[in-house]
Structures are given as structure tokens and as C-alpha cells.
Design a protein around this ligand. Sequence first.
Ligand SMILES: *Cc1c(COP(=O)(O)O)cnc(C)c1O
Length: 374
Amino acid sequence: MSKSGIINLKEVNSPYSEALKQAACRVIDSGQYIGGPEVEAFEHELAQSLHAPFAVGTGNGTDALRLILRAYICMHRLTPGQEVIVPANTYIATVLAITDADLMPVFVDADPQTMNMDISKVEQAITGRSGAIMPVHLYGRVCWSGTLASLAEKYRLLIVEDNAQAIGAQADSDGLFTSTYAGALGHAGAISFYPTKNLGALGDAGAVVTHDHELAKIVACLRNYGCDRPGHNLYAGINSRLDPMQAAMLRVKLPYLQKENAYRRRQAMAYDALIDNPLIIKPFMPAHPASHAWHQYVVRVPLHRHIFLDYLDDHGIYAAIHYPLPPYMQPCFAQYADLSFPISAQLADEVVSLPLHGADTNTISQIINAFKIN
Ligand SMILES: *Cc1c(COP(=O)(O)O)cnc(C)c1O
């Protein structure tokens, strides 16, 4: 579970540590440890920053996704058993949210350049049972196009974004709604504030962002046991609230999100300019810098990845693999083991995430450029 190594969280949070301590004291002294003004203020500030009318805090990003799907079921916009189109190349939490809501994932293979869902393959995955499309902005790169929005309109599908990795990034082309921010492009978006994410809490936290007032209301109800008024449970909900303590931490960091993303972009551009080794395929740079939040800088090493990883390790460079096995190949999803998504499978064998936050891109690039196979 620990992702320490590739990112030093103490260092990430050190510029904010005094403000974080003050905010923690404010919560301790408030006596309010569930819900209340701190959570409401953060929800308001988050919605404003993403140009969406509603944001609802949740316990984590996976629950944000699950609660969106469950709320659409409560609203009869989705029916259990319906299909949700989702990239084959994603983190497993995306798919767990779908199966947990008794919906069926229908996987679409990745585009080898963007590593995101190949939007040109979405239409052929649509069936009479399709209910939603769930794009994932993997590694911080926005997965969006006018085509995706038109497909959703044409087939009356919901677009639920897994925006765990791209908060603050903006789409090149228009969204379904007015916002251009990832997470607010479709009908609803889920955000994770897991500590390593671009806007990280000091523990678990998440949020749902949406243009739909009814959805926001039902998610707020579902996250609190399905309780719609004191002593009355309209839905069989869950307990997945955003803590005021985490809301207070996030309120400190939210105003600096664009600054943090700009720093990540500079780091990625430095690697792009400096890494020059025929054994390493650099990530494809987006046409519009704002459409990538660089949650991870992911290179591909088609040959001898394990030797490259050992080499980095020998030079004291922490790298990681996001992700070694796509969800459809995981033992818990044995029912999908016969499916084949060659690009996603290949990416899983080739990807290496380089250190980004706090990384010395000059030195690391020099070391990478000196890598060779004898
Ligand atoms: C982190 C992540 C999630 C889950 O978020 P949690 O807050 O850890 O529950 C979902 N999808 C993707 C793509 C993620 O990176």
C-alpha cells in the first residue's frame, strides 16, 4: 500500500506545514469532528475552483465513484446489470466502483500514445445495455474529446469521470457542460485526495463534483447512511463522509493547486527535453500543456524493463510501476481473464513512473541517458 519512495510526502507538505498545523488546531478547538462548516466551506471552494455548481465530500475517491453510480441507480438513470464503458488500462479502484454498484464493466483498450482509453474504440463497445462511459484521466492526462461528448448525447449515456489523477487539468475541447476542468466535463466526476495525488489530504478523502443538483443531493444522502432527514433513511446508504480535519487540510492546499500542477508540468518538460535514450520511450506531450496535470511521468521501456529498474535502484532512484497488472487480469476478476486488450497488456509490461515531485531531473536524466544493455 505504501507508495513512499517515488514521492516524499513530508517534503510535498512542508511548504504548508505551519498553515496545516493552524488548520488542525482550528478543527480540534471547534469541537465539530463530523461534517459542519469546514466540510461545507471546502465543498464550496472545490466546486468554485472546478467551475462546477456542486461538490460533495466523501471518505475517499473510490467511494466518490461508487456513490455516483449508486446515486444514478437511485435516480433510475442506471439499472443494476447495465454496462459501464471503462478503459482496460486503469487502476483497479475504477473497476471496483462499477462492480460494487452491480454494474458491468465493458473494457476499451488504450491508445498507445496517450495511454488513456482509445476514444475511437468507444462506439463499438456501446450496446443496448450501456448506461455510462467512465473515462479515466490516467497519470493526469485528460481523456476527453468532442467525439466522446457527442457519443454520450447520441446514445443517452452518462459520463462519469474518474478524476483521481487530473485535478486542475483542463480539456482541449469543450465539455458536455460549461466547465473545461477535468472532473466537471461530464455529468459527474470523482476526485481522490489520497496523499500522493496532486491535491493530497493527510489521510483518505474524496469528492464528487457535478452539474446535477439531484445527484449531489442523493450522494450527500448516500454518504451518510442514506439518511435524508434526522431519523429517516430514504436509501440503504454507506458511511463515507469527508472528515472536517481532512477538509481543513485540503482548504490550506487547494489555493496552490495550479501552482503545484505548473511545477509538475515544468518537471515533465525538463524530462522531455533531457531524456534521450533509444531504449526509453518518453510520454507523448499534449498539444495543450494545461490538459495534463502530470500526476505521474511515465516512460515506456519495451526491452529489459527489469534491468532498467535495477539500474535505477543501483543509482538510488526510486521508480514505480503504475500498474503491473490491469484490472481485467487481476485474480479477483477471473471472469475477465479470457479478454484480450493487447495495448493495455503491453503497457503494463513496459511502463515505469519516474520520480517527479522534488526530483532532480538533470541528474536523473543523465543517469537514464547512460543506461545501456551490454
Ligand atoms: C487513487 C485512484 C482511485 C481511488 O482513490 P482512493 O482515494 O484511493 O479511493 C481511483 N482511480 C484512480 C485512477 C486512482 O488513481
